[in-house]
Ligand binder design. Structure first.
Ligand code: KG4
Ligand code: ZN
Length: 382
């Protein structure tokens, strides 16, 4: 068994985990900064870096203790290189580099998005499911990303081809911004997920941009034209805003914002006491539109690229309606679809340690002078 300590600090969670051979989670510790950023309605980069600095050592120590490991018993260290907030990434990278140097253990740099994809694989392997059919289409849908990757497993590791991405806001960002403009607090995804089943999803019709751009690819010497499967979610956020203006909802929203802000952990009853039927219908219609678009584009891409398996991962993959919708519609097309469990859908370090394992096998170690890359693109091996 190869024990890898994963470290993740790309955004607002300080996380460390020990994973054995890419499939046994021995510990998975996450220190969330939600309470720090909540008053600002979104992640404040400087505060995130400061919190990571404060949390990193205790989080790593607990991950080792829970796993029954020591610094010396580890085989390697893995850390998120990007994409993410540069200052936040640097905290994890500097810490991991110092550990690697002091312990004389290899350090593996991992792309955060590859981590999200490997969260799915990790749990499938853990459950004894080893015969995943390739190619895999992976929808990574989080606060910062909405990407469709065509993933293949090769001898030297995994390769990824981007076949679609958001042209503007990520899906999670749309959930967060809509919740914010409705005075529902931060982060928006979980609140909207909870409230949406209580409204009428057919009440409001939202248009979603259908992007027509086609992509030229070269395949086996001939040029082939394949549709790109891009997303766009800034329009729906504006449509929700216009709806609230047209329906005179401003005073109610301000009142809700004030009441919910005064509560440390609002319950469902608290939310219901400040949401009328129009608001619940609006939330339900918004979520239905987002979920339908994510599913329709992913399944269209799956058909076009004739993939054998679908992975859906990232924070928004925790959404109940998204999961059940994907399960139903992928099943109807005979396509196996896999998600991570909810704790592994949102940011964590087990996924980073798991994604590092194939790299450990081929000794794909980081150079000592590597640094944070806020806009790191996922390509994998060529
Ligand atoms: O993967 P993640 O933890 O961080 C990033 O890499 O961005 O994703 C966080 C995002 C946030 O936008 C949050 O609102 C969204 O995931 N999210 C959800 C749910 N839980 C988290 N969105 C919809 N429904 C949920 N249940
Ligand atoms: Zn993430």
């Amino acid at each position: 068994m190869a024990y890898i300590l994963g470290i993740e600090t790309s955004c607002d969670e300080t996380a460390a985990a020990v994973v054995g051979s890419g499939e046994h989670v021995l510990s998975n510790v996450v220190a969330s900064q939600i309470a720090t950023h909540k008053p600002y309605g979104g992640v404040v980069p400087e505060l995130a870096s400061r919190e990571h600095l404060r949390n990193i050592l205790p989080v790593v120590r607990s991950a080792l203790a829970e796993a029954g490991q020591t610094y010396r018993s580890l085989d390697a260290l893995a850390v998120t290189q990007g994409p993410g907030l540069a200052g936040a990434l640097l905290v994890g990278i500097s810490f991991a580099k110092a550990l690697s140097f002091a312990l004389d253990k290899p350090l593996i740099a991992v792309n955060h998005l590859e981590g999200h994809i490997h969260a799915v694989l990790l749990e499938q392997l853990q459950a004894g499911h080893r015969d995943i059919s390739f190619p895999v289409l992976a929808l990574v849908v989080s606060g910062g990303h909405t990407h469709l990757y065509l993933a293949e497993r090769r001898e030297q590791g995994w390769s990824y081809e981007t076949i679609g991405h958001t042209r503007d806001d990520a899906a999670g960002e749309a959930f967060d911004k809509v919740a914010k403009l409705l005075g529902l607090g931060y982060p928006g995804g979980p609140v909207i997920d909870t409230l949406a089943p209580l409204g009428d999803a057919a009440a409001v019709k939202f248009p979603i941009a259908q992007l027509k751009h086609r992509d030229r690819r070269h395949k086996q010497g001939r040029q082939e034209t394949k549709a790109r499967f891009d997303f766009s979610y800034s329009g729906i956020k504006t449509a929700v805003l216009r709806y609230t203006e047209a329906h005179g909802m401003r005073a109610q929203i301000e009142n809700r914002r004030r009441i919910l802000r005064s509560l440390a952990r609002p319950t469902l009853e608290d939310y219901l006491s400040v949401c009328d039927r129009t608001t619940l219908n609006l939330v339900a219609s918004f979520q239905r539109t987002m979920v339908d678009d994510l599913i329709a584009k992913s399944l269209a891409a799956a058909r076009s690229y004739e993939v054998r398996t679908l992975f859906v991962t990232g924070g928004v993959a925790a959404n109940n309606q998204l999961r059940s919708g994907f399960e139903l519609r992928a099943h109807m097309e005979g396509l196996p679809v896999f998600f991570p469990s909810r704790p592994l859908s949102t940011d964590n370090a087990a996924m980073i340690a798991a994604a590092a394992f194939p790299k450990w096998l081929v000794k794909d170690f980081a150079c000592p002078d590597f640094s944070a890359d806020a806009g790191l693109v996922l390509v994998g091996v060529r």
